[in-house]
Design a protein around this ligand. Structure first.
Ligand code: ATP
Ligand code: MG
Length: 347
């Protein structure tokens, strides 16, 4: 029986509620498909930070490297600045494991209504560059507190970095409608964005896909006005981050949106996490929507090559949503545990 070892970091807040929901579903669907899953849990995150001053131990990456994939809930704490949680855990894992793709499906689920009046089904993929770009450590502040104060931050785009994210997105587009939408801003950002555009044009030709290069501002508007016109969107780290939150809002609730941080070459484990954070406002009440976490688990099964188990689990989730079960964020009163039990039954 093929067996995969999964490192599990439930993290903080509702991560502690939705991760166990997802691992139960994964275990059930895997066993029905003759797949073994071994979960190794790591109690890292904000409690660890409050106790030790670090989000995770110094040898955390070595520990995770031994596994086939990493499942993360969420990290965040009202008393800890977001920069600590981001730079102390997520960014070191994304960069250390060369997870240069952040893949976020934007798809409406049955029974989940989005905010748009025109509720044509939405189904596209956002491929966000995950390792470089605007999130650089280069920059600084001068003359703090004075009227002449200056802050600067350098965005760093490398040919290798832009080529590999574009190639990944172009291949996805090739397998779908053959159109790759690229988020740009080359009218205002006159060095990095023309460089991005050139590489996208080159590689799209190479992968035989058509490029639709759209200014990020216009693309944000188009996502709201005509989301059904999109299929695969490739974007830089910052633009992709903003578009994917907009995408999760369009499909009804941030609680249902999944994401994968992929190292496509499989030199290192990939990481799967919902788009939402630790949601301290609802943590501990048993009402968090587990769909984003479970769907991230579906993406993990796909990445591991267990496609049948993946589609079986997704079908089970959609069946439960179609039957009208909904957590409070979707307007219902189903609890996390009731929703999860229904998914287990549907499997
Ligand atoms: P963090 O600092 O960890 O990012 P946050 O509160 O800033 O946490 P989210 O956790 O994404 O950000 O929460 C944004 C809003 O969406 C909150 O009101 C939260 O309750 C709600 N929310 C997020 N995830 C879920 C979920 N899985 N189920 C229900 N509501 C959710
Ligand atoms: Mg947040």
């Amino acid at each position: 029986m093929p067996t995969f070892t999964i490192s599990v970091i439930p993290g903080d807040g509702i991560g502690l509620e939705v991760v166990p929901a997802a691992t139960r579903c994964l275990e059930r669907v895997a066993s029905r498909h003759g797949i073994g899953l071994v979960f190794n849990e790591h109690p890292w995150g904000s409690e660890h930070y409050l106790a030790t001053g670090r989000m995770m131990p110094t040898d955390a990456l070595d520990t995770l490297a031994a596994s086939d994939a990493v499942m993360l809930g969420a990290v965040g704490h009202p008393d800890i600045p977001d920069t600590e949680t981001l730079w102390g855990l997520l960014i070191p894992i994304r960069r250390g494991f060369q997870q240069y793709i952040n893949l976020r499906p934007v798809r409406t689920l049955p029974g989940v209504r989005g905010p748009l009046a025109n509720d044509a089904p939405i189904d596209f993929l956002i491929v966000r560059e995950n390792n470089e770009g605007e999130y650089s450590e280069i920059g600084g502040r001068l003359y703090r507190g004075s009227p002449d104060e200056i802050a600067s931050q350098l965005a760093v785009f490398t040919r290798r970095g832009v080529e590999r994210v574009t190639r990944f997105a172009a291949r996805l587009a090739h397998a779908r409608t053959g159109v790759l939408t690229s988020a740009t801003k080359s009218n205002g950002i006159i060095h990095t964005m023309p460089f991005w555009d050139e590489i996208v044009t080159e590689l799209a030709a190479d992968e035989d896909v058509q490029v639709d290069s759209v200014l990020i501002d216009a693309l944000a508007a188009r996502m709201v006005l005509k989301p059904e016109s999109l299929d695969v969107v490739v974007a830089s780290n910052l633009f992709g981050d903003i578009l994917s939150d907009l995408g999760s809002a369009l499909t009804g609730s941030i609680g249902v949106a999944p994401s994968a941080n992929l190292n496509p070459e499989r030199n290192f484990p990939s990481l799967f996490e919902p788009v939402h954070g630790s949601a301290p406002d609802i943590a501990g009440r048993g009402i968090a929507n587990p769909v984003g976490q479970i769907w991230s688990g579906v993406m993990m099964l796909e990445h591991l090559g267990a496609s049948e188990a993946a589609s079986d689990l997704m079908r089970a989730v959609e069946e439960v949503l179609s039957a009208g079960l909904a957590t409070p964020d979707l307007g219902g009163s189903t609890t996390t545990a009731e929703f999860t039990d229904a998914v287990l039954d549907a499997i």
